[in-house]
Design a protein around this ligand. Sequence first.
Ligand SMILES: [Zn+2]
Length: 213
Amino acid sequence: MAIVWPCPVSVDEYVAAGRGVRVPRPDCPGCASQMTLWAGYWRHVRDAGGCRRIFVPRARCGVCAATHAVLPAFVLAGRLDVADTVGTVLAEVLSGPAGVRPAAARVGVPHTTARGWVRRFAGRASGLAVAFAALAVDLGGPSIGPATDTGRWALAAIGEAFAAASELPGWLVVGCWRFACAVTGGRLIAANTTSPYLIVGKRRFMPPIPLRG
Ligand SMILES: [Zn+2]
């Protein structure tokens, strides 16, 4: 299981830090004990059309004897492209007249890849809309009613939830799509989710933590 933390630093900065990247020590998703950072692994992400190699630390819970990957919020589970790229395409295609091809070309990804994101998001849009609308209200934002276009409704709900979160310390700089990635545990457009989005539970809603230098 992966833990996604609301990483505020740019992909460039994260890449440059290599193994020395600073991540917060998360609490165990199983028992809430504080975990210790424990080795890690390398993986690739694609940002601005180029592939980059990043280090993903693992955290270990001594009580549960389990380890979990600690992913920065720009990484989506099972996806090469960063959350901002995916979100930019989703917003452009679902909220305007633009097709997938021009949106994909602008961010430098194959249009077939971008079409897959849009389909997946559209297929889960009503569940995402309900969950993000609930989160927006939970965070003190306005309540957003259903819309006939569920894709646009989900986008609006994500936007309102992020706007409400931005009133709390630390979230504004994280940005909307990293926020959406963080609160869904990286599974915004994942193939399957065991429990769909009851993000509102505070345990998954990990607040941004200032990293001490
Ligand atoms: Zn534990």
